[in-house]
Design a protein around this ligand. Structure first.
Ligand SMILES: Cc1cc2nc3c(=O)[nH]c(=O)nc-3n(C[C@H](O)[C@H](O)[C@H](O)COP(=O)(O)OP(=O)(O)OC[C@H]3O[C@@H](n4cnc5c(N)ncnc54)[C@H](O)[C@@H]3O)c2cc1C
Length: 539
C-alpha cells in the first residue's frame, strides 16, 4: 500500500517534537520529508545561551543528528527553505523551483527576531539572537572586539549579555523599562536581578530609549534619546520575536499575528497543520517550549489519525539560564484589588518570594534566590489547586519537601504521575519513573540520557534527583540534595560557616582551596557575599 506523504516545513523544536511523537504513535503511516532552512540537524535552541556563555558545545545541544533521520527513514532536506506552497496541487516548492507533493503538511516555521527600525540597523556588527549562526557571529566578535551593547533587558537580552560578558566583553544592557524582565518579574525581583548582574560586571542603561546605531563601515556606538552615546563594537538586538507566517500567508492560509489553528492544530486548510511559535491558538501566541510540546502531542495524535486529542492552551513559567542566578516566575503576579499577596524577603540572603492569591488559589508566583519549590508552585497554579488546607505553610514549600533527602523524596513520591518536572523538554514525573524502572537507572546522568529531563537549563535537577531517590531508594547514587551555597561548590552555607572556625580558615582563598571550589575566582554569590563577611572573620 502506498504510504501517505507528510512534509514538515521547519526543522526546529516544535516540528521535530511532533515527528518524534508521531513516530511513537504511527511509525509506518507516512513517508516523512523535513525541509529546514538552517544547515543543521535539529538542535535545542534553548541551549544557545549556554553555548554563547562557553558552558556547552554545539555538539552538546544537538537533539537529532543525521543518523536519527536516517534511522527513522526521514528525508532531511537541510539548508533548503520552502519558498511557496501550492495548496490546489498539494505541492511545496523550494528555491530551485523543485516541487514535492504532500498528503499532509506540517508548518513549524518558528519566529523571526524583531529588528528595531533604527538608523544604522543594517551596519555590520548588528546581530540578533535566534540561531547558531547568530551565536557564531557573537563569539567571533568577542574574540576580536571589546564593547558590546545589548538592546533589550528581557530573558534573551540578559542571556546574550551574560554570554558576552563571560567571553570577556564589556557589556551594556539597554532597556526601555524601569526594571529588568518586567513581563516576568515585579520591581523588587527585577532590581535584585539587576544588582546581581552588576556585581558580575554588567552595566545597565535604563530606562533608556535607543535613538540610532552609529558607524560608517561597521557599528561604532549607540546613541540615545537623552543625547548620550555608548561605544559598541557589536550590538545585539533582543527586543522580541514575531511569528514567521510569510509562507502560510502567501499560500492564502488564514493568519493574524500567527497562523490561526483550531484545537486540533489544523489550519483553515484541513490538510495543513501548524505547531510552534508560528501559531496563533485561541488568540494566543507562545515564545517558550513547554506549550509547543503540548501542541506537538496533540498534532501527532491527529496526524496519526487517532483524532481525539485537543489543545486547550498552556500556562507559562519562566526561568533565566544564567548560572548562579535562580529566578522563576509563573502566572499573573501583578495582583489586583481582588488578590492577596504572601511575600517573603530576606535581602541578606538575596531571597525574595511572592505568591499572589485569589481566594483559595494561587494566581502567580515570583521567586528569586530560592527556586527549590518552583515546580510545586507551578503545579498548584496550573491545576488551580485549593490551597486552603496548606495556606500557612505555602511560603515554606511543599509539605515533606524539607531539606532532608528523605523528606524531599517523600514530596517527590507524592507528586502526580502527570505532573511536569522538566519544562524545557516536556517530561513528566511518570515518564521519569517509567524510564528508571524499565531501564534500571541509578544515576542522574542515566536519567538525563534516557528522558532528557534536567539536560537543558538544569533548574529541575533537584527534583529529578528526588524522584530517583523516591523510586530506587537506597540504591540511588547519592548526590547533594540540599541546596549548595552556589554553583561553585556542593557545600551549603551552613557547612561552609561551620568549617571556617573548625579548620581555622582565614581568607576567602583559603576557604575556596580547603572546600575544593570548582572555579578559580568564585561567582557572584560565593565571591561577593563571603568577601563582605571576611571583615568580621569570614564567618
Ligand atoms: C537564545 C534562546 C534562548 C531560549 N531560551 C528558552 C528557555 O529557556 N525556555 C524556553 O521555554 N524557551 C526558550 N527559547 C524559545 C524556544 O527556543 C522556542 O520557543 C522554540 O525553539 C520554538 O520552536 P519552533 O519549532 O516553533 O521554532 P524554531 O525552533 O525556531 O524552528 C523553526 C525552524 O523553521 C525554520 N524555517 C523557517 N521558515 C522556513 C522555511 N520556509 N523553510 C524551511 N525551514 C524554515 C527555521 O530556520 C527554524 O530552524 C529560547 C530561544 C532562544 C533563541
Amino acid at each position: 500500500m502506498r504510504r501517505q506523504q507528510l512534509i514538515v516545513v521547519g526543522n526546529g523544536m516544535a516540528g521535530m517534537r511532533t515527528v518524534e511523537e508521531l513516530l511513537k504513535l504511527a511509525p509506518d503511516l507516512y513517508d516523512i520529508t523535513v525541509f529546514g532552512a538552517e544547515p543543521f540537524g535539529n538542535y535545542n535552541r534553548i541551549l544557545l545561551s549556554p553555548v554563547l556563555a562557553g558552558e556547552k558545545s554545539v555538539k552538546d545541544i544537538m537533539l537529532n543528528d543525521d543518523r536519527w533521520y536516517e534511522k527513522n527513514g526521514i528525508a532531511l532536506r537541510k539548508g533548503e527553505p520552502v519558498t511557496a506552497i501550492d495548496r490546489r496541487r498539494r505541492l511545496v516548492i523550494t528555491g530551485d523551483g523543485a516541487a514535492t507533493p504532500y498528503d499532509r503538511l506540517l508548518l513549524a516555521t518558528g519566529s523571526n527576531p524583531i529588528v528595531l527600525p533604527l538608523e544604522g540597523k543594517d551596519l555590520p556588527g548588528v546581530v540578533t539572537f535566534r540561531d547558531l549562526h547568530d551565536v557564531s557571529r557573537m563569539i567571533e566578535a568577542s574574540e576580536k572586539c571589546k564593547n558590546a551593547v545589548v538592546i533589550g533587558g528581557g530573558l534573551l537580552g540578559l542571556e546574550a549579555a551574560n554570554g558576552l560578558l563571560k567571553r570577556g566583553m564589556s557589556v551594556t544592557v539597554v532597556h526601555l523599562m524601569e526594571w529588568l524582565m518586567e513581563r516576568q518579574l515585579d520591581r523588587v525581583a527585577g532590581d535584585m536581578l539587576r544588582r546581581s548582574l552588576e556585581a558580575r560586571g554588567m552595566t545597565f542603561k535604563m530606562p533608556a530609549q535607543t535613538k540610532a546605531i552609529l558607524g560608517s563601515e561597521r557599528v561604532e556606538a549607540v546613541s540615545f534619546a537623552d543625547g548620550t552615546e555608548v561605544p559598541a563594537d557589536i550590538v545585539v538586538m533582543a527586543v522580541g520575536i514575531r511569528p514567521n507566517v510569510t509562507l502560510a500567508k502567501e499560500a492564502g492560509l488564514h493568519c493574524e499575528r500567527g497562523i490561526v489553528v483550531a484545537d486540533t492544530m489544523q489550519t483553515f486548510d484541513g490538510r495543513i497543520y501548524a505547531v510552534g511559535e508560528c501559531v496563533q491558538h485561541r488568540n494566543q501566541t507562545y515564545g517558550l517550549v513547554a506549550p509547543l510540546f503540548d501542541q506537538a502531542k496533540v498534532c501527532a495524535n491527529h496526524l496519526a489519525e487517532l483524532g481525539y486529542a485537543r489543545y486547550e492552551g498552556s500556562r507559562l513559567s519562566t526561568k533565566l539560564k544564567v548560572t548562579g542566578i535562580d529566578l522563576f516566575s509563573a502566572g499573573d503576579f501583578s495582583g489586583t484589588d481582588a488578590t492577596d499577596e504572601l511575600v517573603f524577603h530576606d535581602p541578606g540572603r538575596n531571597i525574595y518570594k511572592k505568591l499572589v492569591l485569589k481566594g483559595n488559589r494561587i494566581e502567580g508566583a515570583v521567586l528569586y534566590g530560592d527556586t527549590l519549590n518552583a515546580s510545586w508552585y507551578f503545579q498548584l497554579i496550573r491545576e488551580g489547586t485549593d490551597i486552603s488546607g496548606i495556606h500557612e505553610h505555602l511560603m515554606f514549600g511543599r509539605p515533606h519537601l524539607g531539606n532532608s533527602g528523605h523528606g524531599a523524596a517523600l514530596g517527590a513520591a507524592a507528586m502526580a504521575e502527570e505532573a511536569e518536572v522538566c519544562g524545557c523538554n516536556g517530561v513528566c514525573k511518570g515518564a521519569i519513573v517509567r524510564a528508571i524502572l524499565d531501564n534500571k537507572l541509578f544515576t542522574l546522568e542515566e536519567v538525563r540520557a534516557h528522558t532528557k529531563a534536567s539536560s537543558s537549563c538544569g533548574s529541575c535537577t533537584g527534583l529529578v534527583e528526588q524522584i530517583l531517590v523516591a523510586t530506587v531508594g537506597a540504591d540511588y547514587s547519592i548526590a547533594p540534595k540540599v541546596k549548595p551555597m552556589c554553583p561553585c561548590t556542593d557545600f551549603t552555607h551552613d557547612e561552609i560557616r561551620q568549617s571556617i572556625p573548625e579548620h581555622g580558615l582565614k581568607s576567602i582563598s583559603e576557604i575556596m582551596a580547603f572546600m575544593e571550589w570548582r572555579t578559580a575566582n568564585g561567582c557572584h554569590v560565593s565571591f561577593v557575599r563571603p568577601a563582605r563577611r571576611s571583615r568580621k572573620g569570614a564567618g
